[in-house]
Ligand binder design. Structure first.
Ligand code: ADP
Length: 386
């Protein structure tokens, strides 16, 4: 990567802005993408993902900034290169196949336009049929295919002309869950194997994790965080990124001084060592964490009796280990999720938390849980919610 990282980026998005009447859909987005890289743009509906994709594809004109592909400006407010001249292909959410053309002819379409020799077309399409497990289906029309097969044809068609950049717009959102998991795994393998440069847009964090070398997390038309999936998961840059990446549990509280330092207090729960030192005493903050980071220790009086090595540190209904905080919750309800039950439980201050437990717990059951400090992210409460 050392040499490659000094090379000119394949795609340079420089402070790109786009407004629709009074609505600022993109407010200055910048990103450099390497050749062969897979970038996944992640964000909820309406955050500007498709707008960014359309600007790269040449389907819309930016109001500000510019986009360069292999060093040449392809879009700016002054004008743009026509989409068909960019060497950029797109796979759409609804596949957009030619319904009256066979699988073979759909895939061969761009090659015929380029007047490729017929024998070469047959060879090239044959390789793509093989690669995308479509052998035997070449004579069928798109309406005679399943959703997953149609999506494979759309990918084969987009790869056929060996684009400089492949754009994927929510490519799996019309497929059922099992197929989505299968397809995202296969696509991640295929694009890496071929060295395809991919700019992928999705609202699904799991799809983005499975596909991306780097994530671009968007919020209200702006970049919230850029980083590898692992880095973004471990250290979300904002409360927005944290909740998007699964940290849906929230404890709101006040920053207090404790015997051992500074912590966040909410009702009887005091959580120390989570970065509360960065906040002024008395200020309002919130702690975000994921359901699967809460450790369930037991329910009812008998089970709540803590293990001997930590019992010494138990005081006043809560236990402060060096690396975790233990506290009590009351179960509100449980839903079955296959391997585990998702428990909804309240803190004594009435805040609702989710956790995953291997058995069902009746409403009203007192439980003891702990939260590892490293799993909690603290944010200023005044930080705007998305
Ligand atoms: P996403 O792909 O993340 O769902 P979009 O890029 O489609 O978001 O849209 C970003 C914002 O711009 C949304 O608020 C949307 O309503 C608005 N928008 C998108 N396209 C248009 C358009 N053609 N005219 C007016 N507003 C639009």
């Amino acid at each position: 990567m050392n040499g490659a990282s000094r090379e000119r980026p394949l795609l340079e998005i420089k402070d790109v802005a786009k407004r629709y009447e009074s609505h600022q859909a993109l407010g200055g987005v910048s990103l450099d993408m390497r050749k062969g890289e897979i970038i996944s743009v992640l964000g909820p509906s309406g955050c500007g993902k498709s707008t960014l994709l359309q600007l790269i594809a040449g389907l819309a004109l930016p109001d500000g900034g510019e986009i360069l592909l292999e060093g040449a400006v392809i879009s700016s407010s002054r004008g743009m290169q026509p989409p068909e001249k960019r060497g950029v292909n797109m796979v759409f959410q609804d596949y957009a196949l030619w319904p009256h053309l066979s699988v073979f002819d759909n895939i061969a379409y761009g090659l015929k336009n380029r007047r490729m020799d017929r024998a070469d077309i047959r060879k090239h399409v044959g390789e793509l049929l093989e690669m995308l497990q479509l052998v035997g289906l070449e004579k069928r029309l798109p309406p005679q295919l399943s959703g997953g097969q149609q999506q494979r044809v759309a990918i084969a068609r987009a790869l056929a002309t060996q684009p400089r950049l492949l754009l994927l717009d929510e490519p799996l959102s019309n497929l059922d869950m099992r197929l989505r998991i299968e397809m995202r795994t296969e696509m991640a393998y295929l694009f890496r194997h071929l060295g395809t440069s991919v700019f992928h847009v999705t609202h699904d964090p799991e799809e983005a994790f499975a596909m991306a070398d780097r994530l671009l997390i968007m919020r209200s038309g702006a970049v919230d965080q850029i980083g590898t999936p692992a880095d973004c998961y471990a250290l979300p840059a904002s409360r927005w990124a944290a909740s998007l990446l699964g940290a849906i549990n929230r404890i709101e509280g006040t920053i207090v001084r404790t015997a051992r330092g500074v912590g966040l207090r909410s009702g009887s729960i005091v959580i120390e060592g989570v970065g509360a030192e960065a906040f002024a005493e008395g200020s309002e903050a919130e702690l975000l964490f994921r359901p699967d980071d809460i450790v369930f220790h037991g329910s009812g009086e008998a089970e709540i009796t803590v293990a001997a090595e930590t019992a010494a540190a138990y005081e006043g209904g809560r236990r402060q280990g060096d690396d975790r905080t233990t506290f009590g919750l009351t179960v509100r309800h449980s839903t079955f999720e296959g391997k585990r039950w998702r428990i909804v439980a309240n803190t004594d201050a009435g805040q609702k938390l989710y956790l995953l437990v291997e058995r069902q717990l009746p409403p009203g059951t007192p439980i003891t849980v702990s939260l590892p400090r490293s799993a909690a992210y603290i944010y200023d409460k005044s930080q705007e919610r998305g």
